[in-house]
Design a protein around this ligand. Structure first.
Ligand SMILES: NC(=O)c1ccc[n+]([C@@H]2O[C@H](COP(=O)([O-])OP(=O)(O)OC[C@H]3O[C@@H](n4cnc5c(N)ncnc54)[C@H](OP(=O)(O)O)[C@@H]3O)[C@@H](O)[C@H]2O)c1
Length: 400
């Protein structure tokens, strides 16, 4: 017990930046006190403050924080680089604007007069100065961010590839194109660094948090290190786009966990659980208002933010004994029921079924229309119509 208390205190110390004590306790090589070091070593000590080995549960992981890359160092590091952001969807928008606001030399490449071109124009990118066609931007940039949609990364590979000459860096925010290369035909070009930095959330959130001085966590990976500097470069890029902390992955692990997570708890599973719980309540004669409040509203407005802020045990500890007992007694049954589904899902991601399906769907000329039919079905279902009414009744949304 005492040692657990101590290690928690040490983990807190590490997070608070008291790294010398914490690093020693967490098993890294002991460091000399800064004042005993020669000047150059002191500078080195300061520069590695943002790299930490921390315990996540019982597993040690190395993480990278932005404190290692203050703005002046980023500007110096990228002073001779042109970053070409291909695509201006949520990620191109968020990453491109954050890089621009960090003072780096950024250009955007999108198809002329498309939706993204118009959005880029509206957000201050200037044709011929920092807004170009995809080909022109890929040619001018020596660091090329491939932030086209995953299907467009496949479809436009033969257009982009000729510009990826030795010495350049090819950057992705998803392991998709490289991992499923048998489906996308995207191969790492010779002599080019191929790296990944994947923000764990939408580009719009990345932008909003950056403007608030916060950051989304991102994973980083190196697929091909032609220069011998690819890792350092992707850490610096991760900071430059406005990430919170950076953690290590591989291209394959990034895409497997990402496709799995969004089909699971992040988006797919949660919708299935909400619907099933709501439907049973309705079948038992509960009103839509009661069924929605007991299923979605209380979850999103009250309990899930607490899990985010303090953890599951804290949320259980700070509710009534009746609620606490029920949650503790029932969570195992939900775990047992869903585990086989999660195992099937992971396999379906790993064997390429899910990636092939999304590429096929994306290639259908009428995808947008058929998507709208599916979304309308959700929007028109009773649970989400009830949700619309419940949201309108929130005091902050009530009409004056
Ligand atoms: N969205 C997220 O939450 C998220 C999070 C992390 C990582 N990522 C990854 O980041 C990358 C970009 O994702 P995103 O969501 O920002 O992109 P997106 O909205 O799917 O698409 C981005 C761009 O692709 C362009 N595009 C699509 N088809 C094209 C074609 N045939 N020819 C030319 N341009 C085409 C679009 O241009 P037009 O407007 O002209 O059609 C748009 O600028 C992907 O690899 C994605 O997996 C996304």
């Amino acid at each position: 017990m005492a040692s657990r208390t101590a290690s928690r205190a040490l983990a807190r110390a590490a997070i608070a930046g008291r790294s010398a004590l914490a690093t020693r306790a967490l098993g890294a090589a002991p460091r000399l006190a800064a004042r005993q070091m020669p000047a150059a070593a002191v500078a080195g000590f300061q520069q590695t403050r943002g790299i930490k080995t921390l315990k996540f549960g019982n597993t040690e992981e190395k993480v990278y924080e932005r404190s290692d890359w203050p703005k002046a160092k980023l500007l110096e590091y990228f002073k001779n680089d042109t970053i070409a952001v291909l695509g201006y969807g949520p990620q191109g928008h968020g990453q491109g604007l954050n890089l621009r606001d960090n003072g780096l030399n950024v250009i955007v490449g999108v198809r002329k007069d498309g939706r993204s071109w118009k959005k880029a124009l509206a957000e201050g990118w200037v044709p011929g100065k920092n807004l170009f066609s995809i080909e022109e931007a890929a040619d001018k940039g020596n660091i090329v961010f491939n932030l086209l949609s995953d299907a467009a990364q496949r479809d436009l590979w033969s257009t982009v590839k000729p510009y990826l000459t030795p010495g350049k860096t090819l950057y992705f925010s998803h392991g998709f194109a490289i991992t499923y290369k048998h489906q996308t035909h995207v191969e790492a070009p010779e002599g080019v660094d191929v790296v990944l930095c994947a923000p764990k959330g939408s580009g719009t959130t990345l932008r909003t948090l950056f403007l608030e001085g916060k950051g989304l966590n991102s994973s980083i990976a190196v697929f091909q290190d032609a220069s011998g500097k690819a890792h350092e470069r992707v850490v610096a890029l991760g900071v430059a786009i406005g990430s919170g902390y950076l953690y290590e992955t591989t291209f394959a692990k990034e895409v497997y966990s990402d496709l799995y997570g969004e089909r699971g708890v992040l988006m797919g599973a949660i919708n299935g659980l909400f619907r099933a719980q709501y439907d049973v309540l309705r079948a038992q004669g509960h009103s839509p208002s009661e069924a929605f409040n007991e299923t979605v509203e209380e979850a999103t407005q009250s309990l899930y933010p607490l899990i985010g802020a303090k953890g599951m045990d804290w949320m259980y500890a700070n509710c009534s004994v009746t609620a606490q007992r029920g949650a503790l007694d029932w969570h195992q049954r939900f775990y047992d029921a869903s585990l086989p589904v999660f195992k099937d899902l992971y396999e379906s991601v790993k064997n390429g079924t899910e990636s092939q399906r999304s590429l096929d769907k994306n290639s259908q000329a009428d995808y947008r229309e058929s998507l709208e039919v599916e979304l309308k079905e959700i929007r028109d279902s009773e649970i989400w119509r009830a949700g619309e009414t419940v949201r309108s009744l929130r005091p902050e949304n009530a009409k004056q």
